[in-house]
Each structure stands twice: as structure tokens, then as C-alpha cells.
Design a protein. Structure first.
Length: 503
């Protein structure tokens, strides 16, 4: 019943979770923001020419020897401490053996049974004032793989492609994997909790300064494990692992789809295949990848070319003293400073705009204006485009500039929205857009002239207004707005009309 890949084949999410309990596992991969790779001196800058940031070490050429990047170890320890983990006093790297074209060595240097950080947790606020504690099993350090580009097909995947290209620039970049213990007890909020966990984790990592956590660039990726067990039982079901989900919205969608797909299979008396799956952004569905390997399939063994890691406890404690305040404390301080209520925070967090609002305020926009723009107008634009608000082509600084021009009367609210739309359409920064379109509030002299022209052109309407029917001002205001291309201030226009017609 692998035909369960479209919404027509699914059992509704709530209906599935009336009969089954969901179990989640989230494996989040974080590219660390070090200047060089994990075991060599190659740069890590995003977007360089393919295969221009490689050397014999990260390409695994014979005779090359790796040396561990100390900053990567420090960043991993910072993450572990912030996640309330214990830090190993001794651990080591291992070779994870498997063949894939983007693995230049045919193995990945990772950590297996001796990770750097273990047994932590992250408290995740959920709507309604509750907190869900996600248990962290391990935080370990490994090297990232290269990137394969499939060319010639319609989907960018290997099926239908005419050929594939491999860029090894990413191979060897330090990658931290944060692995949760099975998440149980989430019920019908499973998909929501998964999204909120990754959101909270992303905020924490950004605050630590260890990664830019840009999901659209692949520096934060999530593998989503889902299984179902009959309600009232404790035996875990067979799980699937949806790989490399790269947006907060997609984490939630991937969980929902797998719950609905697996529920349909179980209801039909069929078994769940343990496998990796691909998530499709366009349809919100998943499709089979490969059968899921077990640990023994990777033939792990200690990496012979690297010495073990033994972080000094005093060094670890020194790092602990440099940790910033947790995201929850920062949010509370931010709310108090800007007059936001708990409901305001919840709405902004759920919409994925809390950081954007904060950055817009930092760029000197009024808190209420920043919240209003992102939470209403721009969230709507993001939904229309099917992207996260942070991925919209407008910056908090640009939005703050538009808000300032609205505040000083240069733009009406209608014009401000037109400027935002033009910036989103790629027409340039706000000032360039305003200059190109001539979108400025009409000056007083021009506005007076437009008012006089409207009065002269509509004597019948003028008579109604002078007879006491102020509702008839509407057509006159409309005529002024049309004559000024919508750039007139409607309130001032109405004032001028009343001055001349009513006294």
C-alpha cells in the first residue's frame, strides 16, 4: 500500500490519533559557524564556486591526516551545556562506513558509542501556558557530507535526472547532531510539538552564536522519525525517518503526513516498512528512500588517525559561565521592554516572526508597528508564497524604514503596503521604490488644488454636503484620492473638504 502518498489515500490526522499514540524522534543537524572545516583548514563560506574549498584532507586522499578543530569542540560543548547535558571527560571519533557519491572517503568521521554530550533536555513552551520537556539523548560532533545536484529532471531528485554533479565544498564542515529520546505523550499535538521543539532549539542555537541556523541554506536540517502504537499499549511501532526536512513548517507537515499515511496502512492490516523517506515541499507528502540501516550496518570502529577528546572540566566550566540567557528568559525580557502580552508572544512565536519583530524594533520601528506588519500583512504574504516569513525578500531594516516613512507622513498606510509589495517583488530598497513610482503623500498645496477640483467637478454632491449630508463626502474624497494616485492623506482630505463646504 505504498500508494498511500496522496491526500486521497490518507486517514485524517485526528482520526488516526483517536486510536494510536504517536511516538516521535527528532535528529537535528547543525552546521557550526567555524571559519574552517572540522579536520582541515579549508574555509566554510556558503555559496563558493563548487569544489573550490577542498584539500587532500577533506577529500580523503591517501596519506592525508586530519587535525581536530578546537573551536568546533568548544561550540559543541556550548550546545551540550545549554541543553543541560553531561559533558564527557573522555570520548573519541569513529568511522561510519557507507558508500554514497557525496562521501569522498566512503566513510564519515562521526561519534558512535562515545558522544561528547549526553542526557540533557530542552523545555519547550506550547500554547496554553504548558511546557513540554524534550529529553536529549546525545549531542555529538561529525563531519558533513558533500552535496549532490541531480540535473535534467523536473524535481531535482535522482529519478528522471540525466546526470548528477557533486560539490565537495560542504564535505568536512563541522556538523553537530542533536538526538532526542522518543517523544511520547504528545497526542494530537505531536506535529505542533515537533515544530515548536525545532523552533526553540533554533532560537537557542542562534543565541549561543554557534551557527547561523539558516534552514534554507542547509545549516539546520531535521530528520523526523515517526511511529504509531495502538492506544493504551507501550510497545513501540516501526518507525520511518523523513530525511533533511528544511523548514519549521515542513517539520510539522512531515509529522502530520506520516501519521496519516501510517494510520492508513495499519488500518488496512499492513505493516510499516522501516525506511528513510523524502519530504516533498510542493505537496507536503513523503516518498520512500532506502531501507533504514541499523548501527551494525555501518561497521563503526574507532578513528585511527585522531586522538581521543578529553575536555578539561575547568575549561568546560569556563564555557558554562559564558552562556547567554535561555530563549524563554530573553523572550520575557523582550516582552516587558516592549509592552507585549503573553498572548502577543505566543502569536508571534507560532507565526515564526518573533525574531523578525525583535530585529525590526532594533532597527527603530515602534513595537506595535513591527508586530502588526509581521504578524498580519507579511505572514499573509509568506503563506501565499508557501515560505517561512524569514525567507521573504524583505529585511527588518527595510520594514523599519517603511514604518518610519509612514510615521512621518511621507507615506499613507496604503502607500506603505504598496512599497512593501514592491520590495517583495524585487524592485529594490524602499527609497528606490518610492522614487521610481513617485509614491509620496501629496503636499498641502497639491492636495488643496485636488480638493478644489473635486468640488468644482461634482456640484450635486457639494449641494448634499452643504445640506448636512456628511456621508456624501465619500465620492469627493474618492475623487481626490484618484486624482493623486492614492497618495493623498485621506484624513487631511476630509478635513479640507469640510472646511470648505461646512465651515
Amino acid at each position: 500500500m505504498e500508494g498511500v502518498t496522496t491526500t486521497a489515500d490518507l486517514v485524517p490526522y485526528d482520526e488516526v490519533l483517536d486510536r494510536y499514540d504517536p511516538v516521535l524522534g527528532l535528529e537535528t543537524h547543525v552546521e557550526l559557524g567555524t571559519a574552517t572545516k572540522l579536520f582541515c583548514g579549508c574555509p566554510t563560506a556558503f555559496g563558493a564556486e563548487p569544489n573550490s574549498q577542498v584539500c587532500p584532507v577533506c577529500l580523503g586522499l591517501p596519506g592525508s591526516l586530519p587535525v581536530t578543530n578546537e573551536k568546533a569542540i568548544e561550540f559543541t560543548v556550548r550546545i551540550g551545556l545549554a541543553l543541560n547535558c553531561g559533558i564527557a571527560e573522555w570520548c573519541r571519533f569513529a568511522r561510519k562506513n557507507y558508500f554514497y557519491p557525496d562521501m569522498p572517503k566512503n566513510y564519515q568521521v562521526s561519534q558512535y558509542d562515545e558522544p561528547l554530550c549526553v542526557d540533557g533536555y530542552l523545555d519547550v513552551p506550547v500554547p496554553g501556558g504548558e511546557t513540554y520537556r524534550v529529553q536529549i539523548e546525545r549531542v555529538h560532533l561529525e563531519e558533513d557530507t558533500g552535496k549532490t545536484l541531480h540535473v535534467g529532471g523536473a524535481t531535482g531528485r535522482i529519478h528522471g535526472a540525466t546526470h548528477s554533479l557533486v560539490d565537495y565544498n560542504r564535505a568536512g564542515i563541522p556538523l553537530v547532531e542533536i538526538v532526542t529520546r522518543p517523544l511520547t505523550g504528545t497526542g494530537k499535538r505531536a506535529a505542533e510539538v515537533a515544530r515548536l521543539y525545532v523552533t526553540e532549539l533554533r532560537d537557542l542555537l542562534r543565541g549561543l552564536g554557534v551557527s547561523d541556523v539558516r534552514m534554507e541554506q542547509g545549516s539546520l536540517r531535521c530528520d523526523v522519525n515517526v511511529s504509531l502504537m495502538p492506544a493504551g499499549t507501550t510497545e513501540l511501532g516501526t518507525r520511518t525517518e523523513t530525511k533533511n526536512v528544511n523548514s519549521l513548517r515542513s517539520v510539522e507537515r512531515a509529522v502530520r503526513f506520516e501519521v496519516e499515511r501510517q494510520g492508513a496502512l495499519l488500518d488496512a492490516g499492513q505493516r510499516i516498512v522501516q525506511e528513510t523517506r523524502h519530504f516533498h515541499e510542493d505537496s507536503g507528502t513523503t516518498s520512500p528512500g532506502r531501507s533504514k540501516e541499523e548501527a551494525q550496518d555501518y561497521r563503526y570502529f574507532p578513528e585511527p588517525d585522531l586522538v581521543p577528546l578529553a575536555p578539561e572540566p575547568r575549561w568546560v566550566e569556563q564555557i558554562r559561565t559564558t552562556l547567554p540567557e535561555p530563549p524563554s528568559a530573553r523572550r520575557a525580557r523582550f516582552a516587558e521592554a516592549n509592552g507585549f502580552t503573553p498572548l502577543d508572544l505566543e502569536q508571534m512565536a507560532n507565526a515564526g516572526v518573533l525574531d523578525l519583530v525583535e530585529q525590526t524594533i532594533a532597527a527603530r520601528a515602534a513595537p506595535s508597528k513591527a508586530r502588526g506588519w509581521w504578524l498580519s500583512y507579511l505572514v499573509g504574504s509568506a503563506n501565499e508564497r508557501g515560505v517561512e516569513p524569514a525567507d521573504l525578500p524583505i529585511t527588518p531594516e527595510q520594514l523599519a524604514r517603511i514604518s518610519a516613512l509612514e510615521d512621518d507622513g511621507t507615506l499613507t498606510n496604503k502607500l506603505a503596503r504598496q512599497v512593501v509589495d514592491a520590495v517583495l517583488a524585487g524592485e529594490g530598497d524602499p527609497d528606490t521604490v518610492i522614487e521610481a513610482h513617485g509614491w509620496k503623500v501629496t503636499g498641502e498645496a497639491d492636495l488643496v488644488a485636488a480638493v478644489e477640483a473635486a468640488i468644482a467637478a461634482q456640484p450635486d454632491v457639494v449641494d448634499k454636503v452643504r445640506a448636512g449630508n456628511l456621508g456624501a463626502l465619500g465620492p469627493l474624497v474618492g475623487a481626490v484620492m484618484k486624482a493623486t494616485g492614492g497618495s493623498a492623506d485621506a484624513t487631511r482630505t476630509r478635513e479640507l473638504l469640510q472646511e470648505r463646504l461646512v465651515g
